[in-house]
Design a protein. Structure first.
Lengths: 260, 334
């Protein structure tokens, strides 16, 4: 019995020490802004994510054996894909497919193409890469995106890429020094409002060694925020206001042009 | 903002002249959630306003398709256009109020029908939207109505042009004081219009216009005016004022209900269009006085047919993209 305990504690010790080198590599990361304001002149934005690789293996670091991949995800939403079919001569939305927990925005920033960094069996479990999205094991506790291969999941990926809401852009991440990196994230004008999660993955030899998380918010400000909140929380009041504005405009035009 | 992939990329010819301003000021629409060029929208408002001033029509049936061509989600285009029409019809109705060419009693009857119709229309709008068929139904309704009205206008005005070239024209007597409309029960006296008429056709016309206001984003003058003249035999001097009276309240009500139910009224978009619209209408009205009525109507008829063909073409041609995606955070068409 005593032997067994010492054996187990020994095993724990061994496991503990063997875990240490893995965790000796870590990532530090920051986002240039906490909040991206969306005002009336918003036409997209660019933000910078920067950080450093921290490791004891200085030789590997200087040989450039580490890769950083950053994933930016908007709040999950439910999505319906519809397919048009010709019925009686006109094209009508017919079949449809619903997906739960699709990221409303999804962007992968890396120095090299993902397939050069790791194989899909390392990327799929963490949903890293547009093609690997929705292939992780479903989580029982919360809604998980499951994308079975097929025309609807292909269409989802293709359309979201066309709309610039999904992007995978190698070359957006630059190593400033062997340990320091900087990534540029461009946000399109139609970027969804809300909290965006930033996750950085540290890779070596195609394996994930460590991760780090951060976030930023995209928020409507000023007049846009006020109007949006009013329209969504108090639609009736917003509608009445819209009508009053219209009546005033109609009256003003009439008054101005009658004088002329 | 995703519902209408098939409309990508082409602005109507009408806007060709102002597309030079494309690099200019962009503005973010809080409800449509997209960045648009303010000058193009203003120009669209002014162009349609010009046409509506020139031809004496509301312009909603031109504005809504234009907004859809410009990739504004159809749901937002329709609801926002109702809001714009409040401004243009109010501006127009003021003149009629001053001249006293409004039959308030008839207007109120049309309005009661209109409010019922609009309520029904917003309900239909919501259900079509959740079934994913809203964009299709909007397009089909436009093709049908624009096709019918464009054809009638073109034929009628071409006939008028031909007749005006002949010296004396045999005037066809308007038959039909004995028409079925006038045999219906529940008759009411409308003093201003000098009519003794059943309320049933009045309510029915008002209701149809209300449904169209909610689903198509139009004032409905293009239906109501001919219906009042030819079916109800309302004297032409009170027709426009009375229909504008009804349109103000029905589109105003539709705006409020759409905003409360579907959150699709974009007040910023509406305001840009309104300002462009009321200014354009003043110049259009001035230009309209210099042109002959029949030629004007023929032009408008052809324009209406053009928009109809464009929308119809999109329905039948094989789309580049068969799929469309709507997320719960999008505004477009769900």
């Amino acid at each position: 019995m005593k032997h067994l305990i010492s054996l187990i504690s020994g095993a724990i010790l061994v496991a503990g020490t063997s875990l240490l080198p893995a965790h000796a590599e870590s990532l530090q990361m920051g986002v240039s802004v906490d909040q991206v304001p969306v005002s009336s002149s918003f036409d997209g934005a660019e933000i910078v994510i920067f950080g450093s690789i921290e490791t004891n293996e200085q030789a590997d670091l200087y040989r450039g054996e580490y890769d950083v991949v950053i994933r930016v995800e908007g709040a999950p939403e439910d999505v319906v894909i519809r397919k048009k079919e010709r019925i009686g001569g006109i094209w009508i939305n017919n079949q449809s497919q619903k997906y739960e927990a699709v990221p409303s925005f999804y962007s992968i920033l890396s120095a090299r193409p993902l397939d050069e960094i790791a194989k899909s069996d390392a990327l799929e479990p963490v949903s890293l890469g547009i093609q690997n999205l929705g292939k992780a094991e479903p989580d029982i506790d919360q809604k998980t995106l499951v994308l079975k291969p097929g025309q609807f999941s292909d269409a989802l990926r293709r359309l979201r890429v066309e709309q610039e809401l999904f992007a995978e852009t190698p070359g957006t991440l630059t190593q400033l020094s062997p340990s320091l990196f900087r990534a540029r994230l461009s946000l399109p004008a139609n970027v969804p409002i809300g909290e965006h999660k930033v996750t950085a993955y540290l890779f070596k030899d195609g394996q994930i060694l460590n991760t780090n998380e951060s976030s930023f918010k995209i928020e409507k400000i000023g007049f846009e925020r006020w109007i949006y909140n009013l329209a969504h929380d108090q639609g009736l009041l917003h509608g009445i206001m819209a009508v009053l504005v219209a009546i005033f405009t109609g009256w003003a035009a009439n008054a101005i042009f009658r004088k002329n | 903002m995703q519902g209408s992939v098939r409309y990508y990329g082409d602005l109507p010819v009408l806007l060709g002249s102002i597309s030079l301003l494309e690099d200019a000021v962009s503005i973010y629409l809080p409800i449509a959630e997209m960045s648009v060029n303010m000058f193009i929208l203003f120009g669209m408002g002014a162009s349609v306003g010009f046409l509506s001033g020139m031809f004496g029509v509301g312009g909603g049936f031109l504005m809504t398709p234009l907004l859809i061509f410009y990739n504004i989600p159809p749901a937002v285009a329709v609801a926002t256009e109702a809001n714009q029409i409040v401004a243009s019809s109010f501006s127009g109705a003021l003149a009629h109020f001053r001249k006293g060419t409004v039959d308030i009693k008839l207007g109120v009857m049309l309005l009661i029908g209109g409010l019922i119709g609009s309520t029904l229309g917003v309900y239909i709008f919501s259900s079509l939207r959740s079934a994913g068929q809203l964009d299709l139904i909007i397009s089909i309704l436009y093709v049908v109505f624009l096709g019918a009205i464009g054809t009638l206008m073109t034929i009628e005005s071409l006939n008028a042009i031909r007749k005006s070239k002949q010296d004396d024209v045999p005037v066809k007597r308007r038959s039909g004081h004995d028409s079925w409309i006038h045999k219906l029960p529940l008759k009411v006296r409308f003093r201003k219009s000098k009519l003794y008429l059943s309320v049933i056709p009045v309510l029915a016309i008002g209701m149809l216009v209300g449904v169209l206001a909610a689903i198509m984003g139009v004032g409905g003058g293009f239906i109501m005016v001919p219906a009042m003249i030819y079916l109800l035999r309302v004297p032409t001097n009170v027709v426009i004022g009375t229909s504008l009276f009804q349109i103000i309240f029905v589109t105003g009500y539709t705006t409020i209900i759409q905003s409360a139910t579907n959150q699709t009224v974009d007040i910023v978009l509406a305001f840009i269009l309104m300002v462009g619209g009321v200014i354009g209408a003043q110049f259009g009205a001035a230009a309209g006085h210099k042109l002959k009525g029949e030629q004007l109507r023929a032009l408008l008829g052809l324009l209406v047919l053009g928009v109809c063909i464009r929308l119809g073409y999109d329905l039948v041609v094989t789309p580049d993209e068969l799929f469309n995606v709507i997320g719960s955070m999008d505004q477009g068409g769900h």
